[in-house]
Design a protein around this ligand. Structure first.
Ligand SMILES: [Zn+2]
Length: 257
């Protein structure tokens, strides 16, 4: 296995709570394994309310995301884009390159290239662009950290595991997160502003229940109680060996922990 010397993981997502839903169990495993973990979102989720102003809910959700990240010693970053307005343009790309340059990740998680919401798709493109170019000296004015490289890149599940045409996405990689489920749940529960309105609306704790149902469904595929699923990016210049399966694989992977 060719594990990078610099063990820095970055989840680059669209909104606060996306990482907690889609890859936090794996981030917990990485943190337990000595990786330095960063969670970044393009927006502070300023549309995630029915009663507050964008500025007030953005402040609340930034703090919720920071708390969730802190539970595993991770650092939270926000690119400062507006909710539902994440676009692929020069200023946004440059901010993404600068963020990648500061974090210098060797392992990156992002949204599926095709997902139910455009912010997710654009965040996925930004993560792909940033991961490919951040190590090029002229891509950013931020100093280049030692160990910067084209990172391992994994796409999380699209919401409900289907693309926008309803076609199921087949994972390349399943990570057993059974032992990390309590911590993942605790991280998701930090997003109280989102959990509360869903609870009021559904009359049940749908926010946490939806996540539990999904990791259980992916766990069935992996032969474990709970799993997170990914598709690995294997294009030109990217590492093609499946680091996550080799390190944490479930369902036939060489589980080492
Ligand atoms: Zn989202």
């Amino acid at each position: 296995m060719t594990e990078p010397k610099r063990k820095t993981a970055l989840a680059f997502m669209a909104h606060p709570d996306d990482a907690e839903f889609l890859c936090a169990g794996t981030l917990v495993r990485l943190a337990e394994d000595g990786w330095s973990v960063h969670i970044a979102t393009c927006t502070a989720g300023d549309c995630g309310t029915t009663t507050e102003t964008p500025w007030s809910i953005a402040a609340t959700r930034t703090e919720e995301a920071r708390k969730a990240a802190a539970l595993i010693g991770a650092e939270y970053h926000c690119l400062g884009e507006r909710d539902a307005l994440v676009v692929y343009d020069k200023p946004t790309l440059q901010r993404a390159y600068d963020l990648f340059r500061r974090v210098a990740p060797t392992l990156v998680f992002t949204h599926a290239p095709k997902d139910y919401m455009m912010d997710h798709e654009v965040a996925s493109l930004l993560a792909r662009a940033g991961s490919f170019i951040y190590g090029a000296p002229n891509a950013s004015a931020v100093p280049l950290a030692e160990g910067s490289q084209v990172p391992y890149l994994y796409y999380c599940d699209p919401v409900e595991g289907v693309d926008p045409l309803g076609r199921p996405v087949e994972p390349t990689t399943l990570v057993d997160v059974t032992a990390q489920l309590d911590k993942k749940t605790e991280m998701l529960a930090c997003h109280a502003s989102q959990r509360e309105w869903l609870r009021a609306h559904h009359g049940t704790d749908e926010y946490l229940d939806a996540m539990r149902r999904w990791v259980a469904a992916r766990g069935e595929l992996a032969g474990t109680a709970a799993a997170e699923a990914f598709v690995q990016h294997r294009g030109h210049a990217y590492p093609r060996d499946d680091l996550l399966t080799e390190r944490f694989g479930a369902g036939g992977g060489k589980t080492r922990l």
